[in-house]
Design a protein around this ligand. Structure first.
Ligand code: SF4
Ligand code: SF4
Length: 60
């Protein structure tokens, strides 16, 4: 499960472009996470602000 800290997110869009599932979408100032998110944690690693957090991250 991916948690988005919306108070921290700066809407840069970095996470959207790295998601292999295309599960993230930035609509104006709202980052949405679709159901097809696999909780891979890639987006959380690239977020420059640490606004994304995977609750059950799988070891790579
Ligand atoms: S955890 Fe992985 S699948 Fe889910 S939104 Fe982030 S990059 Fe995409
Ligand atoms: S990379 Fe981080 S700051 Fe940028 S849009 Fe995604 S969650 Fe927000």
């Amino acid at each position: 499960m991916l948690n988005v800290h919306r108070d921290i997110c700066g809407y840069c869009g970095c996470c959207v472009s790295v998601c292999p599932e295309g599960a993230l979408e930035l609509i104006d100032a709202y980052l949405s996470v679709e159901q097809n998110c696999t909780s891979c944690g890639i987006c959380a690693k690239v977020c420059p602000l640490g606004a994304l957090e995977v609750a059950n991250e799988k070891p790579i």
